[in-house]
Design a protein around this ligand. Structure first.
Ligand code: NAD
Ligand code: IPM
Ligand code: MN
Length: 358
């Protein structure tokens, strides 16, 4: 098969983790006889430095011309004070919107081999944890209008954003989440704040209607504050979670910690179009950039999601996941999943190890 991948390394640890993910991708393609073409493009801070915009048109064009996009991470202190209309984060939001990627799938799984890295007690972990967060990605408060800032009649500054969802936007993400839940543990929690927010009340009404077509799926609603607490108290009760853009951003970072480290969590951003985007859920980690401490496994596992979702290459995806499990079972760790002071692998050592054991 021909695989045309657009690679967006981005900022901070982005290029470091992408380099290792590409090593693994190349090895898998070689092993299975696929023809891999990689095309690199700029996004985020590097694009601001070169073109004064976090998302050059050339990057959008390259993504649209590819079969799938593999991204590292964007952002960093260097660009935190610049005009907010061209912040690195706008580049990421822009490419998600341009590709119509309305669903972000963030599987938070506790690898058996990593039980010792979880911060939760064995009694809370039970038989293991495997949660899929389905986050709406191109709506809600991230994109709602009006937004802006001003100064009132007393000279006091204010700023505002709008959390808005249309019925059709809720319907498509909830429907997708039910389909995903059906193929997993047949249990879905819709996470919202309907006790306060009108937008969540509509969300619930629409979700309830959609649920009628999925009577085989055990459907629940849960307030987001309670969900944040339940994820730590009794994470085993969750199988699939569907939620809006902002709540999903927060809940998925939290879910990552029950599994050991944010450096382990991949994601797939998908829509109705041909091109999907795959990226770790973490950011550019400025605090460890250039130290070799970044864990490349979230990005390597994002490659696995890419092979599965964009190309139906299940055997290739399974092989990557099995190899990650093997490496972990043999005790190899990067610093984020290793006990303090014990010897661990660098980012490039971990990438090379996974590639060599495929
Ligand atoms: P972050 O995810 O970059 O880092 C949070 C913490 O997790 C840091 O201590 C970091 O060292 C650690 N961490 C993250 N990834 C790791 C990995 N692979 N291995 C080991 N440790 C890892 O979040 P932040 O510090 O809040 O944000 C830093 C920058 O990244 C900001 O500019 C933010 O906007 C951006 N960001 C980008 C994305 C993205 O590109 N998708 C996601 C989140 C944050
Ligand atoms: C993520 C990030 C992004 C988000 C930022 C950097 C725009 O936190 O991918 O989780 O909030 O979606
Ligand atoms: Mn986030």
């Amino acid at each position: 098969m021909d695989l045309n991948i657009c690679v967006l390394p981005g900022d901070g640890i982005g290029p470091e983790i992408i380099e290792q993910a590409v090593v693994v991708l190349e090895k898998v393609c070689e092993k299975f006889g696929h023809k891999l073409s990689l095309d690199e493009a700029q996004i985020g801070g590097v694009a601001i430095d070169a073109h004064n915009t976090p998302l050059p048109q050339a990057t959008i064009d390259k993504c649209l011309a590819s079969d799938a996009v593999l991204m590292g991470a964007i952002g960093g202190p260097k660009w935190d004070k610049i005009d907010k209309s061209i912040r690195p984060e706008r580049g990421l939001l822009g490419i998600r919107k341009a590709l119509g990627l309305y669903a972000n799938l963030r599987p938070a799984k506790l690898w058996d081999e990593l039980k010792d890295a979880s911060f939760l007690k064995d009694s809370v972990i039970g038989d293991g944890l495997d949660i899929m967060v389905v986050r709406e990605l191109i709506g809600g408060i991230y994109f709602g209008e009006p937004r802006g800032e001003g100064v009132d009649e007393n000279g006091e500054r204010y700023a505002y954003n709008t959390m808005v969802y249309k019925e059709s936007e809720v319907k498509r993400i909830v429907k997708l989440a039910f389909e995903i839940a059906r193929k997993r543990g047949s249990k879905l929690h819709s996470v919202e704040k309907a006790n306060v927010l009108d937008v969540s009340q509509l969300w619930n009404e629409v979700a309830e209607e959609v649920s009628k077509d999925y009577s085989d799926v055990d459907y629940h609603t849960m307030y987001v504050d309670n969900c944040a607490m339940q994820l730590v108290r009794n994470p085993g009760q969750f199988d699939t979670i569907v939620t809006g853009n902002l709540f999903g951003d927060i809940i998925s970072d939290e879910a990552s910690m029950i599994t050991g480290s944010i450096g382990m969590l991949p994601s797939a951003s998908i829509g109705d179009g041909k091109v999907s985007l795959f990226e770790p859920i973490h950011g550019s980690a400025p605090d460890i950039t250039g130290t070799g401490k970044a864990n490349p496994l979230a990005t390597i596992l994002s490659v696995s999601m890419m092979l599965r979702y964009s190309f139906d290459l299940d055997a290739e995806a399974d092989l990557i996941e099995a190899t990650v499990a093997k490496v972990l079972a043999e005790g190899y760790r990067t610093a984020d999943i290793m006990e303090d002071g014990k010897e661990c692998l660098s980012c490039s050592e971990m990438g090379a190890l996974v590639a060599s054991k495929l």
